[in-house]
Design a protein around this ligand. Structure first.
Ligand SMILES: Cc1ncc(COP(=O)(O)O)c(C=O)c1O
Length: 435
């Protein structure tokens, strides 16, 4: 990131006529910008982000996006989403400050954490960010004391299966409590503007959960109207992925519920917003890891063990909690001649829990070979620790010329903070295996 006349500027390498994998391999071989040539790195594809933004809006035409900053708080991604017209859902003071620094207007920001640190609440007030969330009486009283003019969204819990209970034990009011909270807020002269739910990734049948969540939200809209509280906002949370096979089905159940319960004829002024995180971040980043060590265990079930410079204390931490299918390709000088064997992948940290994959079939690799992991944007560097001094520090920004055309067409903000540099990442290719 550069700063010209105090304006934030990012340079993006714009390339022609090659594919994303080739670009990643080229960067691995040309070590510009990394501290060490064998350091791991991420490649951010602005073109992929632009296509995802277009896709999201075409799937959910009535819904405005407030990107969940926590999923990947990467400045160029945030600035690009700002220029495409997205709002932002922040969880903390640091995220509020980050989007503010990038120039996001306060009306495009919400502080979505239902249990907020008081100092973070003060920061929201100083920045003029007025859309906040609550789900209990104590938070309501806190809001009355520290930010009585805020606009409040009431978060309700979403039914989850016993086995995969993720959110409802921590956040969200049950429907009966929600009714009382609306009356309590009215009594305190606080401004409740809408209802909010988050179905999330880990529910078993998203369509069913959405139906129930929409039905509960509608009940609260009706209840509020009867009690003289006019609601104008519905927040349907995050949880969608472009890579999910049931995406279209889930989206059609959302659109159907909106049409049935919140038709434009009855709710012409209703604002519907959502908080996609992984939808935008997941496939926008590829992670490149270097094979930094190798051991052979003759006669063992897993013959070769490889040590990568990223592990579960770093980029792979979220693979524990998210249903992530790891997809990768390899760049090696000698891969072609080798037969495939059972292998194990370790991270770099001197701790035996740092295992990336227990058993994987790979051709024999050499130290210095690269493994590139696709779809590594969501909750990857966001959750990384610096344990033992490891962790990825380098990011590269790229876009194909075709996607650049699309991005520039869609940009809403005229004063772009992107500089596109012509780039020709071509050369004799090494052997690549795709999985
Ligand atoms: C309340 C809420 N909204 C939005 C998100 C973003 O979810 P995702 O990245 O799955 O879209 C999360 C993620 O945990 C969340 O808890």
């Amino acid at each position: 990131m550069m700063s010209m006349d105090s304006k934030i500027v990012y340079s993006i390498q714009a390339y022609n006529g090659t594919d994303h994998d080739n670009v990643c391999r080229y960067i691995a071989k040309h070590d510009d910008g990394r501290q060490n040539p064998d350091d791991s790195f991420y490649v951010f594809d602005l073109g992929e982000l632009t296509k995802l933004y277009t896709l999201y809006n075409s799937l959910l035409p009535r819904v405005k996006t407030f990107y969940a900053v926590k999923s990947a708080a990467y400045d160029p991604l945030l600035s690009a989403l700002m220029e495409l017209g997205s709002g932002f859902y922040c969880a903390s003071q640091e995220e509020l400050n980050q989007v503010k620094r990038l120039g996001v207007r306060p009306e495009k920001i919400m502080l979505s954490n239902p249990c907020k640190q008081i100092s973070h609440l003060r920061t929201a007030k100083e920045h003029g960010v007025s859309l906040l969330v609550f789900d209990n009486e104590y938070e309501l009283r806190k809001l009355k004391e520290y930010y009585p003019t805020s606009r409040l969204l009431l978060r309700i819990s979403v039914e989850e299966s016993e086995k995969k209970k993720m959110y409802s034990t921590k956040y969200g009011a049950a429907i009966s409590d929600a009714r009382e909270l609306i009356l309590m807020a009215k009594g305190l002269d606080l401004n409740v503007v809408g209802v909010y739910f988050h179905v999330g990734l880990c529910t078993i049948d998203e369509s069913v959960h959405y139906q129930q969540a929409f039905a509960d939200a509608k009940e609260l809209f009706d209840f509020s109207e009867k009690n003289g509280v006019s609601l104008k906002l519905l927040n349907i949370g995050g949880g969608l992925r472009s890579t999910n096979s049931n995406l279209r089905q889930t989206v059609s159940s959302i659109n159907l519920a909106l049409e049935k319960l919140f038709p434009t004829s009855k709710y012409p002024d209703l604002d519907i917003i959502s908080e996609p995180g992984g939808f935008f971040s997941k496939t926008s980043f590829t992670l490149a890891t270097n094979v930094i060590g190798k051991r052979e265990f003759k006669g063992s079930d897993t013959q070769y063990h490889y040590y990568l410079n990223e592990g579960i204390y770093g980029a792979f931490l979220s693979t524990f909690t998210l249903p992530k299918e790891l997809k990768y390709f390899i760049m090696s000088k000698s891969i072609e001649k080798r037969s495939a064997t059972n292998s194990k992948l370790w991270g770099p940290v001197m701790n035996c829990a740092d295992k990336v994959i227990d058993k994987i079939i790979l051709p024999e690799l050499d130290i210095g070979d690269w493994i590139f992991w696709r779809n590594m944007g969501e909750y990857s560097f966001a959750c990384s620790t610096r344990f033992c001094g490891f962790g990825t520090k380098s990011f590269y920004n790229v876009i194909s010329n075709n996607d650049l055309f699309l991005f520039q067409q869609l940009q809403k903000e005229k004063s772009s903070c992107f500089i596109f540099e012509k780039w020709t990442p071509y050369e004799e290719s090494e052997k690549v295996l795709k999985f």
